[in-house]
Every structure is written in C-alpha cells, then in structure tokens.
Design a protein around this ligand. Sequence first.
Ligand SMILES: [Cu+2]
Length: 492
Amino acid sequence: MRYLSRRQFLASTAAAGALGAAPSLLASGGAAFAAQAATVRVGTRVIDVNGRAATVFGLTQADGSHGLIAQAGQRFRVRLENQIDEETLIHWHGMTPPWQQDGVPGLSQAPLAPGAAYDYDFPLERPGTNWMHSHHGLQEQRLMAAPLVVRDPAEAGADIQEVVVLFHDFTFRDPDEILAGLKGTGHGAAQDGPGSPHGKMEPMMPAGGMDHAAMGHGSMAAGAAHLHDVDYDAFLANDRTLDDPQVFRVERGGRVRLRLINGATATNFRIDLDRLEGRLVAVDGMPVVPIAGRRFEFAIAQRLDIVLELPQGEGAWPIFAVREGERSRTGFVLATRGGSVAKVPAEASEPVAAVGLALEQRLRAARPLPARNADRRHTITITEAPGYVWMLNGAVHGAHVPLEVREGERVEITFADQTTMAHPMHLHGHHFQVVAIDGERFAGAMRDTVLVPSGGNVTIAFDAINPGKWALHCHHLYHMAAGMMTTVEYRA
Ligand SMILES: [Cu+2]
C-alpha cells in the first residue's frame, strides 16, 4: 500500500475532486476528476508475511492503490467490480448510504457474481476515518478490507500529515476450517495453532488495572471469561509485520494525524504510542473531546484518529498495536529523513491487559445527539450455546425477530452480554451515541461500533433518520458467521 507523503498531500488537497486514491489519482487529479467515478476492483494480491508468500484479497484501484480517499460534501460514486471467482459484496463501514447500497448480501442487495459490477452513488455527508470490507462469508479474514477515508474540506491545506494504517490479524489457515474447528466439526483444525486449542476457554489476563474485574464485571466465574478463540500467525499494519514495517517519512517537529483502522476479524488491540504522546480526537470517524495519552483501547472494527506533535529533532518513532492479553504486536514507524530506523521486537516486553471500557467511559462526543428522551427502547441479550453458537435475543441470524423502529424516533438499545467473551457490536446505517455503561448514564462518544464486555451492559442511542433494513451484529467475524446478527427495520 502507498500513501501520500505530506508534501503530496498538501499539494493535492487543494485540487482534489470527489474521490481519489492514495496517491496517484489525487496527485494527477484536478477539477476534472470531480465528475469521475472511482473503480474499486475486488481481486487477489500476494503479500509477504514474515518471509512467506500469502495470497490475499484486495480492494484495489486501477493504479494499484488500496482503498479510497474521498471528500465530505461530494458524492460517493464508486463502481465495484468483482474480479474473483466467487460471489462477494462490500460494506462501506461508517457510511450512512441508502440501505440498498449498504453492501450486506441478502439484506441490502444480492451478492455480486464473479465478473459482475455495481455502481454506488450516494452523498458523503460527514468526514471521518472509515473503511470498506467484505460482508460475505469469511472473506474479510483474507484481507478483503481497505481504508475509506473521508476528508473534511475545512481542513484542506492544514499543516498536518495524514498517516492511514489498517490493522489485521493474519492466518495462513483456511478461514472455513477455522470456523469448522470452532464448531467442533472440523478434522484436526483445532490442532494447527501454536497456542491453546481453539474453542477452549483461556483464562483471562490477571487484572491489569483496566480489565473487566476493575470495571465492575468481576462477577463472571473465575477462568470463565476469555479473550481469544482464534490463533493467528501474524498481526499486520498495512500488510506488514514488525520484521519489515512501513516507515512513514515525517518532518522534524511536524504534526501528524494518525487514522488507525482496526480491520482485524477477531482481535482487540491496545495502541501503544511508545515514546510519543498523542491526542485522541475522533473515534469511528466522529469527533470527541480530545484525550491525551500514550495507550488507547481499540476494539475490532473501531477507528482512532490521533494527533501527534513530533519532537523538533531527527528521530524515529514506532507505533504499536498489541493484541489484548498478549505480547504479540504489529506496528509502523514514523521517521524523519535523518532519523535512523532501528529494528523493533515483534513482541512487547510484557502482555497488555484486556480491552474493556476504561477509555469508553472517558470519551465525550464533541458533537453529541441533541438531548431527548427515548421514544423506543430495545434490549438485546447476548448468549452462547455449545457448538460455537452465538445468539442475540436467543436467536441466530435467520431465526431472529427484527428490532422495529419508526422514522423520527429516538431509539435506545441496551446490550446485555451474558457470554464469556466481549463483543464489538456494530449498527449499520447510523451513528449512535454511547449513553450508559452498566446503567450509569453519560454523554459518551458517537460511534458505529462499541465493545460490550463479558457480563457487562452498554446502552446506545440513535435517531432513526435513515429508513430501511439495517444489519446489527457482532464484528468478530466468526461470531457473526455463527449467527450473531440481527436487523433493525423501519416500520411505516
Ligand atoms: Cu462476538
């Protein structure tokens, strides 16, 4: 993947049109580009993972760039071409399109057959760090995921360098075999991993100050709650491991906006800025009251925008994403021209704590929902059953009862997690506000994905302003594939 250098970015943003890519479309753009559509091809790529070649999917433009950069206020005009030999469909995560363009097979539209194309066209109302990924089968595990950044025209020309990084959890195994192993129906699939067998309970991390026990969720039976059910061969940052990390050249004393995307299928990370301190300015593309820090919780499918003020001298600064409960990490490096990039170990010196809601509780939306009482309340209980069955309100997807809303209502949904794992819950087509954790109300962040910890309750609120049929699901890919999806449907 290639991204704009700061100079290219500064030079190009003034001239940028409706949709661009990083970097060449924008660089060669100009006003004429505003009327053009971008084409995103679903294809395959070969990447190198710790010295071993891996064939993965890609969402690539004609110039080879991966993903899209767009501008708020323009239209999202994208032709999606399926150039692989199986059906697919891409969801524009963080966007609020008309529901028929939301990219969920069987709900918004039919999947795209091999060789088929579809033209998307909807207004881009809000800037934000978003992404695109397959919503079909287990394709997301094989890296059918890419950045979808919507820039704010009001920030064009600002003296800040943009660094876009998508994180992923990588396996050489066949995702279908992984799922079969989790369900207990595979043949030897569970024995392949280097760690503990799949589907078995792993003890949760000892209290690290910010884990569930410290969050008041300590009522789970000791050893029952667990963090992981899939082992991985590597963790990637823009397709790279720390053996050969991407190095972004930065200017001495420059300002950087990290646009971080957790594109992992089953891994919550902790972002570690190492020697730098940053200001978290947005989550899931939505602005928050800035929070200064070096470490930030980062659940599956979420995004973090972090602004850095670099030191004045030459230097090189690694930025890490560490898998919760473990030492395994990936990352990238910011380095000045004269900064020497040293090799950094692929493991943190000690395991990091589980990802919980410590950060969530501190977040406050910079632009919250208007104060209003709920017109409608739904509760979703999250339960599990033997054989790797994950349910919302007692049903797997297909057997579910849709959650009904009416246009114009303020809706609240409370997730009550009665399972042994945390679940990153994602609502399509809307941005919601986190308004309560374990019944304690507060005016939290605007988001599209919130982590619901084992034994915990999280309440979200949103305004029903985008009629249609919308997916609401756990963003842990294997949980979703095992049934953990329902729908929010508007009634007349
Ligand atoms: Cu889940």
